[in-house]
Design a protein around this ligand. Structure first.
Ligand code: CP
Length: 310
């Protein structure tokens, strides 16, 4: 059990968190996962607090998970999207957020296409700001729920070989996973086309490989990433057929994996591109466990940050 104390009003990324702080979130999520098995799944931890789910980019998993997490903690929740807000009339992000704060909102969960948008608000508002994915920068709750799922299934993180495959350059999920897993002692290898996996990633303490068939047999966990077409230029991507041939986790290629290797994907999945349908739905896949654990992890994050917000 960690003895760490939480003193952050915001969760902006995992780069700045210590191993103890990450463990504190995971242990708090353990308690909230228990709550989810009870007949009455609601606790009064955030009763009287107001949360705004402010999503400027599309989302299914993260938005619904934060909304459900807030309901389970008894917070009041409103949802705002770009098209339904005055952002579409030219209002700035800062002015929109100031309007929310003037209404005494306690927690703002922000997804934005610009890296650094959550930090921009966190520096200017008293409300808690939770990063729900900012550009290609970080997606901290995805990194935490992936780490939680590995720890739950493997009973440890330290010493595991975790292979992250795909569009690493444009992936906020890859960055948040790398920060959490390396801090907790995993060996991380990133694999993909050289245009999408620059050698520079070694500076983050991970190994870089362009040979998927060589690394798959050593993996305890593989995490497949979606190609972020919305964030990259065409010339970065070799073409769908070429990508599947070189880096797709096809049914054939999955035979290289150890029988107890976990197969993960943050979603949304491009079936038949980064992963074959049969592999995504097979018995080594923990993709739906990731979704389930996302709820407990987000309850933990809202509970910890919401307790600090003034
Ligand atoms: N994994 C993830 O962030 O999915 P959504 O875009 O559906 O939230």
């Amino acid at each position: 059990m960690t003895t760490a104390r939480w003193n952050r009003k915001d969760l902006l990324g995992l780069r700045e968190l210590s191993a103890d702080e990450i463990n504190l979130v995971l242990e708090t999520a353990d308690a909230f996962k228990q709550v989810g098995t009870r007949e009455i799944k609601k606790v009064p931890a955030l009763r009287g607090k107001t949360l705004v789910n402010f999503f400027i980019e599309p989302s299914t998993r993260t938005r619904t998970s934060f909304e459900l997490a807030a309901f389970r903690l008894s917070a009041d929740v409103i949802n705002i999207t770009a098209s339904a807000s005055s952002l579409s009339k030219g209002e700035t992000l800062k002015d929109t957020a100031k309007i929310l704060e003037a209404n005494h909102v306690d927690i703002i969960v922000l997804r934005h296409s610009s890296a650094g948008a959550p930090q921009f608000l966190a520096e200017r508002l008293r409300s808690s700001i939770i990063n729900a994915g900012d550009g290609a920068h970080e997606h901290p709750t995805q990194g935490l729920l992936d780490t939680y799922t590995i720890r739950e299934k493997k009973k440890r993180i330290e010493g595991l070989n975790v292979v992250i495959i795909g569009d690493i350059l444009f992936s906020r999920v890859a960055r948040s996973n790398i920060f959490a897993l390396t801090k907790l002692g995993a060996r991380v290898t990133v694999v993909g086309p050289s245009t999408l996996v620059p050698r520079d990633f070694e500076k983050l303490g991970v190994a870089v490989s362009y040979d998927i068939d060589k690394v798959l047999p050593t993996a305890d966990v593989v995490n497949l990433l979606r190609i972020q077409h919305e964030r990259q230029r065409k010339e970065y991507f070799p073409g769908v057929g070429e990508y599947i041939r070189l880096f797709g986790l096809t049914k054939e290629r999955a035979k290289l994996l150890k029988p107890d290797c976990l197969i993960m994907h943050p979603g949304p999945i491009n079936r038949g591109v980064e992963i074959d349908s049969e592999v995504a739905d097979g018995n080594q896949s923990v993709i739906l466990n990731q979704v389930t654990n996302g709820l407990a992890v987000r309850m933990a994050v809202l509970y910890l940050c919401g307790g600090i917000a003034t």
